[in-house]
Design a protein around this ligand. Structure first.
Ligand SMILES: [Zn+2]
Length: 280
């Protein structure tokens, strides 16, 4: 969406907003081109103190690194090729991605993984790109930022081939109890988005939240996608942004029977530990 710059500013800014880290924001997306600085200012007011900008192609990875460079200590980048674009990861672009992934602003390799929901790249290409990025993560000693949709069995099989040599997060977890247990058994952290705020398709996630150890529970918006559906008042724009992360945190905290402050503390510490983020 490109016509969002005139949208009403999100209600944010409680004075005592607990410090949160958005581990997955597609801030290089063109829907933020018109008002990226305002988006960052609103995030800050909402207590979202650090963010990881998702790279999903070599080009968006380069943009994510540039954003991180412009906001040192506050924005960080991931370097990866999303399974939708797996066919693009040829030998030459792998060399380019490797060089990008080595930059100091890059805190994880990804997003990478498998997406059999739409199969924008053939499955064989997705699997090869996934293997290559897991190897890259191992080679440069950075964790992985993982995407999986409708591909659980192959995804787990490939991870098991490479385990236990890497660390990472299953970003935007939307699965069931079995998938969650598999991820936890593999040692992954779990990234929760506004999917959990969606009463139509995310209701199954709330009862799973108490099973995730606090030191492995991370929060993300995945903006501009996945606007939390229970925002009140409902924003005029459907574009999601980091200022809405407290809404996700509140729903997760309630599902776990803990305070927002306690969840903020543990998820912020967990993100810093996994991605080696500095304290501010
Ligand atoms: Zn994803």
């Amino acid at each position: 969406m490109r016509n969002d710059s005139t949208a009403t500013a999100p209600a944010t800014a409680s004075v005592a907003a607990p410090a949160l880290i958005d581990i997955g924001i597609n801030l290089a997306h063109d829907s933020y081109d018109a008002d990226r600085d305002e988006v960052l200012a609103r995030a800050c007011n909402a207590g979202v103190i650090q963010m990881m900008v998702t790279g999903s192609t070599a080009a968006s990875t380069a943009q994510s690194i540039a954003l991180a460079r412009a906001h040192p200590g506050r924005l960080f980048a991931t370097a990866g090729v999303h399974p939708h674009y797996a066919s693009e990861l040829t030998g030459e672009s792998l060399a380019e991605l490797t060089a990008l992934a080595r930059q100091s602003e890059v805190v994880a390799v990804g997003e990478c993984g498998l997406d059999y929901c739409r199969n924008f790249s053939p499955r064989a290409a997705q699997q090869q790109a996934f293997h290559r990025q897991l190897e890259l993560a191992l080679q440069i000693g950075k964790p992985v930022f993982l995407h999986q949709r409708d591909a659980h069995a192959d995804f787990i099989a490939i991870l098991r081939e490479h385990a236990p040599r890497w660390q990472g997060v299953a970003h935007c977890f939307t699965g069931d109890a079995h998938e969650l247990d598999c991820y936890l058994e593999l040692g992954l952290a779990i990234g929760i988005t506004g999917w959990i705020c969606d009463e139509r398709r995310g209701a199954h996630l709330a009862p799973l939240m108490p099973r995730v150890p606090a030191q492995r529970l991370l929060l993300e918006t995945d903006g501009p996608y996945l606007l939390p559906r229970n925002l009140n008042p409902r924003p005029a724009s459907r574009r999601n942004e980091p200022a809405y992360l407290p809404q996700v945190a509140a729903v997760v905290a309630r599902a776990r029977g803990e305070s927002l402050e306690s969840l903020a503390r543990s998820s912020t510490a967990a993100a810093r530990a996994l991605f080696r983020l500095p304290t501010l």
